[in-house]
Design a protein around this ligand. Sequence first.
Ligand code: ATP
Ligand code: MG
Ligand code: MG
Ligand code: MG
Length: 510
Amino acid sequence: MLSSKEIRQSYFDFFKSKQHTLVSSASLMPDSPNLLFTNAGMNQFVPIFLGEKKCPYTPGRATDTQKCIRAGGKHNDLEDVGMDTYHHTFFEMLGNWSFNDYFKKEAIEYAWEYLTKVCKIPKERLYATVYQPDKSSGDPADFDQEAYDIWADIFKADGLDPKVHIVNGDKKDNFWMMGETGPCGPCTELHIDLTPAGDTKGSLVNMDTDKCIEIWNLVFIQMNANPDGTFSDLPTKNVDTGMGFERLASIILNTKNFTDFNGIISNYETDIFTPIFDKLTDISGKKYTSTLPEKNELGYFVAANDQEMVDIAFRVIADHIRTLSFSIADGIQPGNGDRNYVLRRILRRAVRYGRTIGLEKPFFYELVDTLADQMGEIFPELAKGRQHVKTVIKSEEEAFNRTLDRGINLFESEISKLKKGDSISAAFAFRLADEQGFPLDLTELMAREQGYKVDVDGFEKLMNEQRDRARAAQKKEIISLSEIKTTEPTEFIGYEEDNSNEAQVKEVIK
Ligand code: ATP
Ligand code: MG
Ligand code: MG
Ligand code: MG
């Protein structure tokens, strides 16, 4: 397979050949009230798992690619983006589902067949994990002996030692939940050893390294997490799988169909991201060179030189334009309320990284056409909405550009007063947020780049105080407005210009 498009299609074709109905990706705006964004392929099927909706497919099988965002709530990968090669805020999750139809055996066998026969991944590089609860900590469900036995048969049949190729995992890695509540269950995952020799014998599984990457999660949805923290059995047994499309494409394309494991294996080095990088090079004159930062003594990833900084900026900007564009196309705008504010924060990070590669004028919106040209066929909502997406992003960029440089200057002068080991004070971080529109996470990011922390607790305290003051003032205003009778028009000067649907949300940070 030579392109990501072929890889995506091969997944659909495989599962269609196994009687799965191909369905469309759901919107990034989730139906579940406990989610900020759609964060997994299973979100749109929650009512079926809960028995609230009848499964509309015969047989009860579906497949798709789902747009996902993980930038808040239980699944939040924002801080990894740019620093590694395989976590994005926006990604596609390939999935196949069984609604009370097949269960563990078929789910595992299909996954194995797809990866080893269709994709032709060398079997000896694959590792499976199974759920092992810590009962003393009250973990739900039992050790997944059934999944273990199915894998053991598969590995044995291929002459591989199950004791090496099956790795037990705890609740964190092998019991999947979309949020604090909702359908959930034990899972079994597939990981691939990407080292040149491919001989790590499972020692790098779940170690958070690009040398051994998690590619596919098969969840056995059989429980529901209740709001009181308990788990109950669902009436049905279901399968929910999710595979990172960009990761799969990266592994296949970067190893040249598994013939060469000596190069870099990065999602960004695929045709999914290179058009955006090319456009960014056109705009900035800078080139991407694939370097990755190392962690410093505080545990932060820090660029060792200007080129590492440029490479981080390329990855972040290319990631963030996807998050912003797909969200806006789905009707979620940057703004002040919860998910809207997450988008605004992500956009402001991207714009700040633009400064890193010398971009002073609005540039982010210029990437939308490149993305829409590339992805508009598979996600028509992006092709249709591109003009609107551009307009929204451009006006957000312009608004932040008005205060960004002053904020950066203030930040630099504050940093120059600090000694090694100091933290940026809550008062200063608050001032940057309040006066220059710097979200806390941006201040933290800029601080990390220079080896400093921010007094986050103090910041939150100041924020809460400000919120209380704003609430009290609002109450007073409502009372006095009801008392005043005037025909004079009033001039609104209170909030930053905001054309989002959340403009009325009177959050304090703009
Ligand atoms: P990881 O441990 O690598 O963070 P995860 O365990 O959080 O992944 P799951 O919730 O199991 O991920 O999601 C299913 C699949 O989606 C993963 O196996 C992976 O291939 C992909 N995936 C998860 N998070 C991301 C992300 N931030 N960017 C790209 N792909 C992702
Ligand atoms: Mg994760
Ligand atoms: Mg994981
Ligand atoms: Mg996982």
